[in-house]
Design a protein around this ligand. Structure first.
Ligand code: GLC
Length: 792
């Protein structure tokens, strides 16, 4: 427990005390336009907008090299030739004290070396595209010291794939020189490709006494980052590379410190699309007071962001995640989409993936309503007049991408997100806002939603359920395709759920014909979903062939007899008939897919011995979609359990995938990922790496854990008519409090649970006055309201 670090909840930081964690444990420093990922070892890489096309610096973080390198390094050289780094890496000189504090929007290293104290904070200001490294160095010795500090970064070629592919040519498209008037290394990559032409500088607020642009001269013959020849020597070569080479920026600063004296300076890696603008950023941050001011703004930004929802809960693990790290992770996932982490290359083309982004927006609706709304409008612009959505597109260049398969579920997600947006804001007029189809006419958002669902409903198979086309939510199901006539049970359930929400919205804008259409489809699909072709006796099948071959997710199979999604979604969509099927199928999901690490996506996994006609399921057994715990899907089981009113079960499942709990209970060396960011999956039996988390930071898990935690377990959920209070909590809890902003009013909701029930409400008082029902009435004049809830 706490082997590598621990949470400091008051400071909203995770404090790492060991130089090397099982994997790089990173933080995201970002203003949503410019991002630097940074690990506990000072490793990381900075990029402008997308990690795939705007990469400023090099980074190699694969598992082949468990220590991520390079990063944003400072070498401190003392007059006796001893060299150390406040990040420990890359020098690895013994330090008498060291900590790395990952905070919200910044990372600080505290290091002591022979009574020299360093406090080095990295952050990205809100409005400038720069990574600032602010250093405060104090001399606690009895004697004066003379030091040389060397700042170092290694440049990349913007288009990330160019680096492994074509570095031999790309290096000659670069020009790295020193600008005397700015005291800055200037890096220009001038290739004619469709990517931002960034103008990059590295500078320091102290006078620069030497520089280097050439990696070879900096490292020296046979040299490594641990001890570059120039650092050992104490002098940089002042070599420029106007015609290309291996581009780096190294800056030398001379420092003299009297006993007790502290010096502050700032290194600045910045970029923009013009030299003039970049030069402006260089000059601005020569002033340390400005740097401190901007750091305060970053801290304030995150404090305001979290203020929207704060809970006081009996379970401090839950509280920590819901108040701090889950919303933080939501913002990172929303803004950086499928980008780069300490464990993903970030070379995949970025842009927006329609369905993933739609889901990422769901949690942002309460936290940053403006951004979520903007994203939704963009997604609708990439819907075709047929109702189908482009699965992926690049709004920066205004075009769809063609590298993703048809995802037949694209049309359901925007309905869920739009409902949440309208419920949060009460802005019914959004439904009538006109947005053009991709190369088509302007239609209202309601029309967009209807068209999307009609498209799904129009293509059916033998049980009259929607076809899976290429893939539905489950990416890897495509490998089972035979004739393109396979049906998706999950999609049918999701379609019904979407119709239920759409119907509510259509009622608000008096669209009777849409209400009727929704009612008809709900009724028809519910019937179709409960025929013997779809219900397998104890649970719902998943993927039904047009031939007589046994469906995936049915008893007749040796492998993949059951999938959890069609059980959870049967409950969420309220399509189980008779109603007893809802409980029964969830029981089976627990019995057959339950593990101490969460629910397996399907069970038993494909083992690599295919049935004669079956392909392999990409991943090995127990990994990701092949019977691994897929947290994103697991969250829907949590939601389903709250709908079944089983608070203890929902809570048990919820805790299973909390990263802070997983890391502690499984052990940090087993879980391996950051304890403060959600993993997308866990490896389970039969793989020996059981309990290992994979792919942190970017997963539908992030947004859905926030939703199920805040809205379904704590049960404070926006609906079209107001804020619903409907907790479904563990029966052990005696009370909890939530402070939440809703439609411009701050609600402090104090829930008491004297009889230790999981769900059910005895009374609600709003500012002392009892109300009927459990939807809070709109507060007309007050900006702050206290709500007292008694469960029972
Ligand atoms: C990945 C994809 C997501 C998909 C899921 C399951 O997370 O980004 O779109 O639904 O895997 O296949």
């Amino acid at each position: 427990m706490d082997k590598y670090g621990k949470f400091d909840d008051k400071a909203r930081e995770y404090v790492i005390k060991e130089h090397f964690t099982p994997l790089p444990w990173i933080n995201f420093l970002t203003n949503d336009n410019f991002t630097a990922i940074i690990s506990q070892a000072g490793g990381g890489c900075a990029f402008y907008r997308e990690a795939s096309t705007g990469r400023l610096t090099k980074y190699n973080q694969t598992r082949a090299i468990p220590v991520d390198r390079p990063g944003y390094y400072l070498y401190i050289r003392e007059s006796d030739g001893k060299v150390w780094s406040p990040t420990y890496e890359p020098v690895r000189a013994k330090l008498s004290g060291w900590k790395c504090r990952h905070g919200l929007g910044y990372t600080t290293y505290h290091a002591q070396h022979r009574k020299l104290n360093a406090e080095l904070t990295y952050f990205v200001p809100r409005n400038d595209d720069a990574l600032l490294w602010n250093m405060k160095l104090t001399n606690n010795r009895d004697t004066a010291v003379d030091l040389t500090s060397f700042a170092f970064v290694e440049f990349s070629f913007l288009l990330a794939i160019r680096e492994p592919q074509y570095w031999q040519w790309c290096r000659f498209y670069t020009s790295t020189t020193f600008d005397k008037s700015l005291d800055a290394v200037k890096y220009d990559y001038h290739v004619y490709e469709d990517q931002p032409k960034l103008k990059i500088y590295l500078t320091s607020s102290l006078p620069v006494s030497g520089f280097d642009c050439d990696r070879n001269s900096f490292l020296g013959r046979g040299g490594t980052l641990d001890m570059p020849a120039a650092v050992k020597e104490g002098k940089l070569a002042c070599k420029e590379l106007p015609g290309g080479g291996f581009p780096i920026a190294a800056l030398e600063n001379k420092i003299h410190l009297e006993p007790g004296q502290t010096i502050e300076f700032t290194v600045n890696l910045c970029c923009s699309l013009s030299w003039e603008k970049s030069a402006g950023i260089v000059k601005k941050y020569k002033d340390n007071a400005v740097v401190q001011d901007e750091l305060a703004k970053v801290k304030n930004y995150w404090a305001d962001y979290l203020d929207v929802y704060q809970a006081d809960l009996p379970d401090k693990d839950f509280q920590r995640m819901v108040n701090i790290w889950n919303p933080y992770n939501c913002s990172i996932a929303f803004n950086r989409k499928k980008s780069m982490t300490g464990m993903t290359t970030g070379m995949e083309k970025g842009g927006v993936q329609s369905r993933d982004s739609s889901q990422d927006s769901m949690s942002l609706i309460s936290l940053r309503t403006d951004l979520a709304k903007e994203r939704m409008e963009i997604i609708y612009r990439y819907q075709m007049p047929s109702g189908e959505y482009y699965s992926s597109f690049d709004p920066d260049h205004g075009k769809p991408s063609d590298f993703y398969a048809v995802r037949s579920d694209n049309g359901v997600w925007p309905v869920y997100t739009t409902y949440d947006y309208v419920a949060e804001t009460g802005d019914i007029s959004f439904l009538e806002k006109k947005i053009p189809y991709w190369q088509g006419e302007d239609v209202s958002i309601v029309e967009h939603m209807v068209q999307g669902l009609k498209h799904i409903a129009s293509k059916r198979g033998k049980n009259n359920l929607p076809l899976i086309i290429e893939i539905d939510w489950n990416d890897n199901l495509y490998i089972f395709h035979e004739d393109g006539k396979e049906e998706s049970v999950m999609l049918a359930q999701q379609l019904v759920y979407a119709c239920r929400l759409l119907k509510e919205m259509a009622l608000k804008v008096n669209r009777g014909e849409i209400v009727k259409w929704c009612d008809g489809l709900i009724e028809e699909m519910t019937r179709n979903l409960n025929t013997d072709g779809v219900w397998d006796g104890e649970w719902y099948k998943r993927y039904i062939y047009s031939s007589n071959k046994p469906a995936l997710g049915s008893k007749d199979r040796r492998e993949a007899k059951i999938f959890i999604n069609t059980q959870s979604w049967a409950v969420i969509s309220d399509t189980a008939v008779p109603a007893s099927r809802a409980q029964m199928c969830m029981e089976q999901a627990h019995k057959r897919c339950g593990t101490k690490f969460g629910l397996k996506l399907c069970s038993p996994p494909f083992t690599g011995i295919p049935e004669p006609e079956d392909p392999l399921y990409n991943n090995g057994p127990g990994i990701r979609e092949n019977g691994g715990v897929f947290n994103h899907a697991h969250t829907w089981a949590v939601m389903a359990e709250t709908i079944l009113r089983r608070g203890d079960k929902a809570y048990e499942l919820y805790r299973q995938v909390l990263p802070n709990v997983s890391s502690r209970e499984r052990g940090e060396d087993v879980y391996v990922n950051e304890p403060y960011a959600f993993s997308s999956t866990s490896v389970v039996d039969p793989d020996p790496r059981e309990g290992e988390g994979d792919m942190a930071w970017f997963s539908g898990t992030v947004t859905w854990m926030y939703l199920v935690g805040t809205q379904y377990i704590l049960g404070i959920r926006p609906e079209l008519d107001g804020l619903l209070i409907d907790p479904c909590i563990p029966s052990t809890w005696g009370k909890f409090t939530v402070k939440r902003e809703f439609r411009g009013v701050i609600y402090t909701i104090k829930v008491k649970n004297p009889n230790h029930v999981s769900t059910g409400i005895k009374s609600i008082k709003v500012d002392g006055v009892k109300i009927e029902g459990n939807v809070l009435p709109e507060s007309k004049d007050k900006k702050e309201v206290v709500v007292d809830v008694v469960m029972g």
